[in-house]
Design a protein around this ligand. Structure first.
Ligand SMILES: CC(=O)N[C@H]1[C@@H](OP(=O)(O)OP(=O)(O)OC[C@H]2O[C@@H](n3ccc(=O)[nH]c3=O)[C@H](O)[C@@H]2O)O[C@H](CO)[C@@H](O)[C@@H]1O
Ligand SMILES: C=C(OP(=O)(O)O)C(=O)O
Length: 431
């Protein structure tokens, strides 16, 4: 199993090119199931989750090729891929494939909308809470599907097609909104999604669906209206830049000091986190090329944050911000409102010398002067990268184990950081 070795204490300086967003790429790839024509996606990141989804879609009969080559012939990295679901050969998404990642469950919506049936294993993904799918199933039922759970599988049927409806989410759910959108585009009549997630990834999916011929208004706001169409066609769409990756590197720079251009990052997609970083003492400058982030001499100020749906502070940056706060000049309070078990990085950060105690849904972080390198273990995707951030500012050497979590969501992390002066390397499993 690969590990990452970090020797801390160097500032970061230079340019980091931000990759396509994992959380946009995955629903966009799934949208290919909605049409028999080809969906071409540009700027697709090279990530373990993307490869897993290629396998899942392949099982349904989606043909996948990259720059003219067949899957597997070439590594995928910020590249253009073609997905074509000419014939759906199987409407079952098996446990072995779906259990590795959360987003794969969302295939239920296009399979149901196009084929009138789907049998999809209950999902896996980061172990950051119980993560039920009741609201996703509620949305499908509102659209006229029957839904049963059978031996760990969701069996959804709509033999006479889906019908437009009012869907009112009692809480904001990204996956619920993606699911409702992908089901509603082929439903008969009008659907209104209330309390929709406003995350940029939802707007990106909607923009692509519109290019495919869908009729959608209001994506990116709390109310989305969809007028169903009989069929969708192919399209070409570029995956939006990864705001979580950008926020992660911004926090790394705030932690180590230095000056880095996050090329391609979009400030309007990251405002909650950028505000917190500015309060912490980083200099944040939006430029034509992206976001420039710098910190010199002054040290890190403590800042309280509370995670919220977009446009609030993202839960996917909570662990990284906590890493930053471990070296603040004072005490900060980090409240997690989205997932009930997203503090697994706390005990690992403590191995590096961080002082953190948990109070219900909040972590109280007492900043320390010095962190010290140590062996640590990644527990989930964003927790893993929070350990890398802490390690970059720790004295001595840290090895982060279970790096496969990181590979789900960060493309070329070691290279991107090394090119800015960090000492970071991957140790392959045999070492
Ligand atoms: C692949 C992807 O894009 N993953 C993101 C997506 O996950 P995901 O789509 O799984 O997250 P949701 O927005 O659905 O979850 C938000 C909250 O709603 C709850 N809930 C959700 C669905 C449901 O049926 N019932 C229910 O109770 C969840 O347990 C959680 O407490 O949004 C999260 C919140 O921004 C991010 O952390 C994840 O990185
Ligand atoms: C929690 C995440 O991913 P997933 O929803 O795929 O588990 C994440 O991207 O931080």
């Amino acid at each position: 199993m690969d590990r990452i070795r970090v020797v801390g204490g160097r500032p970061l300086n230079g340019t980091i090119r931000i990759s396509g967003a994992k959380n946009a790429a995955l629903p966009l790839m799934i949208a290919s199931v909605l049409t028999e024509e080809a969906l071409t996606l540009e700027n697709l990141p090279r990530l373990a989750d993307v490869s897993s989804l290629v396998r899942i879609l392949g099982n349904h009969g989606v043909d996948y090729s990259i720059n003219g080559k067949r899957a597997g012939e070439e590594a995928i990295s910020g590249q253009t891929v073609h997905l074509q679901a000419g014939h759906i050969v199987d409407t079952t998404a098996p446990y072995e494939l779906v259990s590795t990642m959360r987003a794969s469950f969302w295939v239920v919506a296009p399979l149901l909308a196009r084929m009138g049936q789907a049998r999809v294993s209950l999902p896996g993904g980061c172990a950051i809470g119980t993560r039920p799918v009741d609201l996703l199933l509620m949305a499908l039922e509102r659209l006229g599907a029957t839904v049963e759970i059978d031996a760990g599988y969701v069996v959804a049927k709509a033999p006479r097609g889906l019908r437009g409806a009012e869907i009112d989410f009692p809480k904001v759910t990204v996956g619920g909104t993606h699911t409702a959108l992908m089901a509603a585009v082929l439903a008969e009549g009008k659907t209104v999604i209330h309390n929709a997630a406003r995350e940029p990834e939802v707007a990106d999916l909607a923009a692509c669906l519109v290019k495919m011929g869908a009729r959608i208004k209001g994506a990116g706001t709390t109310t989305i209206e969809v007028e169903g169409v009989a069929r969708l066609g192919g399209a070409r769409h570029a995956v939006l830049p990864d705001r979580i990756e950008a926020g992660t590197y911004a926090m790394a720079v705030a932690m180590t000091g230095g000056d880095v251009l996050l090329e391609g990052a979009q400030p309007d997609q990251l405002q909650g986190a950028l505000d917190a970083l500015a309060q912490a003492g980083a200099r944040v400058t939006p430029t034509n090329e992206g976001i420039r982030i710098a910190r010199n001499g002054a040290g890190i100020s403590p800042v309280d944050i509370t995670t919220q749906p977009f446009p609030g502070f993202p839960t996917d940056l909570q662990a990284q911000f906590m890493a930053l706060m471990t070296k603040a000049k004072g005490t900060s309070r980090i409240t997690e409102t989205i997932f009930e078990n997203r503090f697994m990085h706390v005990s690992e950060l403590a191995r590096l010398g961080a002082h953190i105690r948990l109070e219900g849904d909040a972590a109280i972080v007492e900043g320390v002067k010095t962190l010290t390198g140590a062996p640590v273990m990644a527990t989930d995707l964003r927790a893993s990268v929070s350990l890398v951030i802490a390690a970059l500012a720790a004295e001595g050497e840290t090895t982060v184990n279970r790096v496969y979590h990181l590979d789900r969501g960060f493309e070329n992390l070691e290279r991107k950081l090394s090119m800015c002066g960090a000492v970071v390397e991957r140790l392959s499993g045999s070492h």
